[in-house]
Write a protein that binds this ligand. Structure first.
Ligand code: SAM
Length: 319
């Protein structure tokens, strides 16, 4: 009873309802929130603090930034989700907040894409500075070795390196990326290596231009740390996977290299296993073995997961 009352009290204010509405849609920093709400930072921080204390929101500092989002667990999170259902549709203030959120997201995407475009030709060089790529590629290939993959999807394929590495293990592979510059490099690489079973397509990995259950392998290699909503990308990977299919995510373990944000547009400084496993489970996937490749200073992690087969009930129905 006390948790409910605390949650209700903490939400019973117009700005705080607006915060619930915004933070239900993804993670935001205080700076982004102040831009959307048009309120001072101390004021916004006061609201956020109170809502975190009431368990409605989660706060997670990461280097110099602090992200906020709707509480993933606990009674506070449940109260927040119930309240969200009661927010009036078509409310003018919430609609305006939504438009500002979309504008902020568009700027983020433009910034990241501008970076990728500027760096397309240098990308292979940049990634090799961070960790021994040969070891990572060996670990990734080992996930798919020993079985025949018929359709592989590489999300955020960039210069197509993952396609090159996995081409011997797959019948067909498609790499999806938004950046034309990256894709043109990938096409050149694939042609040079005569990898006729691989192709690239321009598309948004948040909405893959592919039908559901059309792949038995999906890879997301060094892409999640740029994403505004990494969990949504994992869910999209799960959508295109067929039952029995495998997802492999390659990214960094938590680190403190703030320069990757300033100089390389990284949004997240690595991921905890628990966070990735949370996204996998939410997407209906079963977490499978995790492989770690310690480096200096960055440790690369390969998280794997399987899409389970539907459960067939005694009446023959699937669930
Ligand atoms: C760091 S690069 C990694 C490329 C490749 N996976 C690799 O490891 O070599 C990230 C790639 O994700 C792509 N990307 C980022 N957001 C995207 C989106 N929403 N849709 C498609 N591609 C995206 C970028 O264009 C870029 O090529």
């Amino acid at each position: 009873m006390e948790t409910l009352l605390t949650g209700l009290r903490a939400a019973a204010e117009p700005t705080r309802l607006r915060l619930l509405h915004l933070l239900a849609q993804g993670e935001l920093t205080v700076t982004e929130i102040t831009q959307i709400l048009g309120q001072s930072q101390p004021r916004v921080s006061r609201h956020l603090k109170l809502m975190c204390e009431a368990g409605l929101l989660d706060r997670f500092p990461e280097g110099a930034w602090v992200f906020y989002r709707l509480a993933a667990k606990g009674r506070g999170g449940a109260v927040a989700r119930r309240l969200l259902d009661l927010l009036p549709e078509g409310d003018q203030t919430l609609t305006l907040d939504q438009q500002r959120l979309s504008a902020i997201r568009a700027v983020r995407v433009d910034k990241a894409q501008a970076y990728f475009s500027d760096n397309a030709s240098r990308w292979d060089e940049i990634r090799s500075l961070q960790v021994d790529e040969a070891e990572v590629e060996k670990a990734l290939a080992a996930v798919f070795a020993g079985r025949r993959v018929h359709d592989l999807v590489d999300m955020g394929t960039g210069t197509g390196r993952v396609l090159e590495v996995l081409a011997p293990h797959v019948e067909r592979a498609v790499g999806i990326d938004l950046s034309r510059e990256m894709l043109s490099i990938a096409r050149t690489n694939l042609e040079r290596l005569c990898l006729s079973n691989c192709m690239v397509r321009q598309g948004d990995i948040a909405q893959l231009p592919l039908p559901a259950a059309s792949a038995d392998a999906v890879t997301i290699h060094q892409v999640l740390h740029y994403a505004t909503d990494p969990g949504a990308l994992v869910a999209e990977a799960a959508r295109v996977l067929e039952p029995g299919g495998t997802l492999a995510i390659v990214d960094f373990a938590p680190h403190g290299e703030e320069s990757l944000r300033d100089q390389h547009a990284h949004r997240r400084l690595g991921f905890e296993d628990a966070e990735v496993e949370g996204w996998l489970r939410t997407a209906g996937l079963e977490p499978a073995p995790v492989f770690r490749l310690p480096g200096k200073p960055l440790t690369v992690v390969v998280w794997t997961a399987q899409k389970p087969y539907p459960h067939i009930t005694s009446t023959g129905a699937t669930r």
